[in-house]
Design a protein around this ligand. Structure first.
Ligand code: ARG
Length: 491
């Protein structure tokens, strides 16, 4: 194999094998386009449908007060996800770079805001949602073995680690296997939700509509409390942007990205509303409020006592969502590293398997760290405002790009009112938690702000100590050899 000289620091030269040519072009390696339409859809709906639809109904009901308002909130969250994702179709088809918000903010607003997004997402937002879903997986997977009581915490944590480790293994082994896994688990969860939908329709057809009398009674009138219902619902819809993280791996992205989004999001919205109708048809308001796991209570009422059935499907559902989240999150690490905003090692891929191994390992490692403290969910609450801050920034980016680059090739142009509305909705979802819990939001804001000095020291290279640069380079080289990693082509 040919060798080339590479300078890794002042005066230090090493010989390194030249990059193998894959994909028939360029010098570096590349992630292949493995995601077709079906996998595109499953990467979206299989990430969105996770734990939320089985767990959040109670929270949404608590926040909205009545059945009528609850259904309205679920529909409203669906519209928000749809408005968001339609805007992302324009962004994703005109900026063909993976990394979703990161890529768009980078192109529209510049490096520092993009870095702050990457910093917050890579360290907190992405790994904490992977960890949260893994915990939900562990909760449901252990339920049948501990009827009527909570399983011991160490068992749950170990199982959550196990879930993350399997996902890590498969994703490092092959991108195709990871997408296959996503397809299979999405099919399994669709069986569960369609089961619930059929139960609901059958009960309605039998004339079981008594719970819908006075549907609006008790509706919450305090907007702040209704916002809490929206937060619960939006968690269930979260993941609508997941395919945009992997645009570069989508086959014919100009066609498949819009199709997958425009099929996936409306499908999930309809499913969620129908599943809620099922819950309300079979259970009374009080039943839902008293139940720890709504779907299990429905199954127990209708099918009888099969204690493992629903938990098994919810475990499948959460496992698939965890895989989808990890897949998307890892692409963010990968792209941000390729742009020089994270250690270069994370932009490398395995020479023969062509998987973004270091980016995946890093993400799963941080996710496992999140499992150590007992209540990292509080942390997720701190940061719920940060997520909407960056979504909001992305919608602003869309508007900015329309203004700054009117001639940019846009195969799909969204009706401008939609991103404007999305900016307003994001502003509300950012401001509401600040008003309700200012300290929590302040902590999150401080974390984001810490990214500013980090940017100037490490990314711009001002005052970065030389020994650190050398140490990072040697570590990169060591891992590169150990794991057979190769440099990737830049976008
Ligand atoms: N909607 C999913 C659920 O209900 C959570 C998805 C979080 N993942 C993500 N990539 N945003 O469990």
């Amino acid at each position: 194999m040919a060798e080339e000289f590479k300078e890794i620091g002042p005066g230090v030269e090493i010989r390194e094998p030249t990059k193998e040519k894959k994909d028939g072009e360029g010098g570096g390696l590349k992630l292949k386009r493995e995601v077709g339409l079906i996998s595109g859809i499953t990467l979206i709906i299989g990430t969105m449908i996770g734990s939320g639809i089985f767990i959040s109904p109670k929270g949404v009901l608590l926040g909205s007060g009545s059945i009528g308002l609850t259904l309205l909130v679920w529909a409203g969250c669906g519209l928000i996800a749809l408005g968001g994702s339609i805007s992302y179709v324009e962004l994703g088809t005109s900026i063909r770079m993976s990394g979703a918000e990161y890529a768009y903010i980078l192109k529209g607003m510049g490096e520092l805001p993009a870095f702050l997004f990457a910093w917050t997402s890579v360290i907190i937002l992405k790994p904490s949602s992977v960890a949260a879903i893994a915990v939900a997986f562990a909760e449901y997977a252990t339920q049948p073995f501990f009827p009527g009581c909570t399983p011991p915490a160490p068992i749950m944590k170990l199982l959550a680690v196990f879930c993350i480790a399997i996902i890590l293994g498969v994703n490092c082994y092959s991108v195709r296997w990871a997408t296959k896994l996503q397809d299979i688990f999405t099919a399994a969860k669709l069986v569960a939700v369609f089961g619930l939908v059929i139960i609901g329709i059958a009960e309605l057809a039998r004339g079981n509509t008594k719970n819908y009398a006075n549907s609006w009674e008790g509706s919450e009138t305090n907007v702040g409390v209704v916002a809490l219902a929206f937060y619960q619902g939006l968690w269930a819809y979260d993941g609508w942007n997941n395919l945009n993280f992997a645009t570069e791996e989508v086959k014919k992205p100009e066609k498949n990205l819009p199709r997958a989004i425009l099929i996936g999001i409306p499908l999930v919205t309809v499913i969620y509303i129908l599943v809620n109708i099922c819950y309300f048809t079979v259970l009374t308001r009080q039943d839902i409020l008293d139940s720890a796991a709504v779907a299990s209570t429905v199954a127990a009422r209708v099918i009888g006592n099969v204690p493992w059935l629903v938990p098994m499907f919810v475990a499948f559902s959460t496992f698939g969502a965890c895989n989808g989240s990890a897949f998307g999150g890892c692409r963010l690490n990968f792209v941000a590293a390729r742009e020089g905003h994270l250690p270069r090692l994370m932009s490398m891929i395995h020479r023969t398997r062509l998987t973004p191994m270091p980016a995946m390992i890093f993400q799963c490692f941080v996710a496992i760290l999140f499992l150590i403290p007992s209540d990292f969910e509080t942390l997720i609450n701190y940061f719920s405002f940060a997520a909407w801050l960056f979504y909001g920034a992305t919608f602003i980016t869309l508007l900015l790009l329309r203004w700054k680059q009117p001639d940019l090739h846009r195969p799909f142009k969204v009706w401008i009112i939609i991103p404007i509305l999305m900016v307003l909705i994001s502003a509300y979802l950012v401001i509401a938690p600040i008003v309700q819990a200012p300290t929590d939001s302040l902590i999150a804001a401080a974390f984001i702000a810490v990214g500013i000095p980090l940017y100037f020291v490490f990314i711009k290279g001002y005052y970065a100590p030389q020994f650190m640069i050398d140490a990072t380079e040697s570590a990169t080289l060591y891992f590169q050899r150990l794991c057979l990693l190769g440099e990737t082509e830049t976008s």
